[in-house]
Design a protein around this ligand. Sequence first.
Ligand SMILES: NC(=O)c1ccc[n+]([C@@H]2O[C@H](COP(=O)([O-])OP(=O)(O)OC[C@H]3O[C@@H](n4cnc5c(N)ncnc54)[C@H](O)[C@@H]3O)[C@@H](O)[C@H]2O)c1
Length: 259
Amino acid sequence: MPGLLTDRAAVVTGGSSGNGRAIATRFAEEGADVVVADVQADPREGGDPTHEIIESETDRSATFVECDVTDRASLDAAVDAADDFGGIDVMVNNAGILGPVAEIGEIDYEGYRQLMDVNLDGVYFGAQAAARRMKERGEGGSIVNMSSVAGIVGYPEITPYSAAKGGVRLLTYALAGELGQYDIRVNVIHPGVIETAMTTEDMPMIGTQEGEAIRETLPIQRYGTPEDVANAAVFLASDLASYVTAESILVDGGMVNTA
Ligand SMILES: NC(=O)c1ccc[n+]([C@@H]2O[C@H](COP(=O)([O-])OP(=O)(O)OC[C@H]3O[C@@H](n4cnc5c(N)ncnc54)[C@H](O)[C@@H]3O)[C@@H](O)[C@H]2O)c1
C-alpha cells in the first residue's frame, strides 16, 4: 500500500535525536527519502544514527548531512542533498535548543544570542533555503516549523525560548501568506512536554516531582512521545493537509487550551 509520503524527499533539521529522529523515521515509513541534517549524527538519547536506522529498517534512502542551522551555507547544503532524492518536497525546521533557564537579569547576551540564532534564525533561514529551491522546482511543497507550547503561552525563566518560539509561529503565518501562490504550504507544530533529552537532561521534568505535577493536570495524563509529534508532521507534510496552511497544531495532550 502506498504511504502518505511516497516518493517525496524531505529534509529534517535536528533529525538525529528526539522529535526530529521520530519525524525522519515516520516520514521514511510513509515512503519518503530523508536528509537528516544535524550538528551530530549520534542521537542524544543513544542508539544508531537515524539515517542508518532508516536504511536498515525501511525500503527508503536516507543520508546524514552535517548541518549547523546557524550557518546558512550548511542549510543550503542540506537542501541541495535532497537533489539526490529528486529534489526537496518537504522541509522540517525542527532543530532547537532549550538555552538559558534563568530570570532575565541572569541571562547573558551570548546565551540569548545563541538561542535566537538556533531557534529563530535557524528556522527562518531553513525556510528560506527550502522556499527558494521549492519555487525553482515549481512543484509546490510543505514547510513544517517546530515551535512549542512556549510559543503560545509565556513561561517564566525561559523568556528567550518563548520569544523565539512565538517568533516561529508568526513567521510561519507570514510565510504561508507569501508562498501559498506557489502551492507551498507552511505550518507550525507546538509540542507540550515530550519525552526527549530536552526534558530528561536539559530541563529534567520527566519523572520529577515538578513534571509529575504537570502531567497530572493534562487531560491526556501522560507525557508526549516523539512519535506523537511525528504523526502531526506526517499529516502536515502529506496531501491529507493539502488545504491546510498558516496553521498551528498543538500536540500537548490538551495542556494549553484547558485550565
Ligand atoms: N521535548 C519537548 O518537550 C519539546 C517541547 C516543545 C518543543 N520542542 C522542540 O522540538 C524540537 C526538537 O527538540 P527535542 O526535544 O527533540 O530535542 P533534542 O535535544 O532531543 O534534539 C534536538 C536535535 O537538534 C540538534 N541540534 C541542536 N542544535 C543544532 C544546530 N545548531 N543545528 C542543527 N542541529 C542542531 C541536536 O544535535 C539534536 O539532535 C526543538 O525545536 C524543541 O524546541 C521540544
